[in-house]
Ligand binder design. Structure first.
Ligand code: C5J
Length: 230
C-alpha cells in the first residue's frame, strides 16, 4: 500500500510494507531531569513536546503493522565502547558512566538509559543500542533493515541536530529515502531545531524530506486511534 505525504521539498511516497518508523533515543537520559541531557546544562522539558505527536504516529504505525525501530544511545558498563573523544568532551556536571539519580549516566541496563514510558517498545519492535550518534555506526541497524526489505525511513526522536541528523545522513549515504517528522523531533535549542530541519530539505532535499506528523497521518489509511492523545 503506497501513500503520498505532502512534504518539503516535494511529495514523499512510501509503501508501509517497506518503510520503517525509526524513533531515535527517546530515553530518560535525554528527556527527563537527572540524565545525560541535563548534566550538559540543557532544559530537558524542551524535548517532551515531541512525545504526544510521536505517540499518535507510533499508534498508527502499530495499527498498520509497520516495522518500528527504537534506538538507544549508550555504552556497555565498562565503557569500552566509549572513546575518550566522547567521554572527555565538554564539562558536564556528571560524565558518561558516573552515578546519577537515574543510574549511571548513558550506560546500558540503567533506568535512565531506557526509553520513556509513553513510548515504551512492545513485543516485536526492534530496539537498537548504539554507542554513537548515528544509528548505523557499531550496530546491526543496517542489517536489520535489509533483512526486512526496508527502503524508506520515517525518522523521529531526539535530538534533531545530533542523533537525528547523523542517522539521516548515514541513511541517505546508504541509499535510504528519509522523511523527518518536524513535530516528532526535538532539540534543546530552538534555533537548531529550525535550522536543522531546514538543512535536511534544502537544495531539493539534500538528504531527506520534512513534513509535520499531521501530513503523514492524513496520508495513512488510519482513522482516529482510540487512547492516543490528540
Ligand atoms: C546527543 C542525541 N545529543 N541522541 N544525543 O548527545 O542526540
Amino acid at each position: 500500500m503506497t501513500v503520498t505525504v505532502d512534504a518539503d521539498p516535494g511529495p514523499f511516497e512510501l509503501d508501509v510494507a517497506t518503510t520503517a518508523l525509526v524513533i531515535i533515543d527517546m530515553q530518560r537520559d535525554f528527556c527527563e531531569p537527572g540524565g545525560f541531557g541535563e548534566t550538559l546544562g540543557n532544559d530537558v522539558s524542551l524535548l517532551r513536546g515531541v512525545i504526544p505527536p510521536l505517540q499518535r504516529v507510533l499508534a498508527a504505525a502499530r495499527a498498520l503493522g509497520m516495522t518500528v525501530v527504537h534506538t538507544r544511545e549508550g555504552h556497555v558498563p565498562d565503557l569500552s565502547d566509549c572513546p575518550p573523544a566522547k567521554l572527555h568532551r565538554g564539562s558536564p556536571s556528571l560524565r558518561i558512566g558516573d552515578p546519577g539519580p537515574k543510574g549511571r549516566i548513558l550506560v546500558r541496563g540503567e533506568y535512565g538509559h531506557d526509553i520513556v514510558d509513553e513510548l515504551a517498545p512492545v513485543e516485536g519492535e526492534l530496539v537498537v543500542d548504539k554507542p554513537g550518534k548515528g544509528s548505523f555506526h557499531g550496530t546491526s541497524f543496517g542489517a536489520e533493515l535489509a533483512a526486512r526489505g526496508i527502503t524508506r525511513l520515517v525518522v523521529t526522536g531526539v535530538t534533531t541536530e545530533v542523533c537525528v541528523h547523523t542517522t539521516v545522513r548515514e541513511a541517505n549515504d546508504r541509499g535510504y529515502e528519509c522523511l523527518v517528522l518536524s513535530d516528532c523531533v526535538g532539540s534543546y535549542f530552538p534555533e537548531f531545531q529550525r535550522v536543522g530541519l531546514a538543512m535536511i530539505a534544502a537544495q531539493g532535499g539534500i538528504f531527506g524530506w520534512v513534513a509535520p506528523s499531521a501530513a503523514l497521518l492524513t496520508a495513512l489509511p488510519v482513522t482516529a486511534l482510540e487512547g492516543t492523545p490528540s
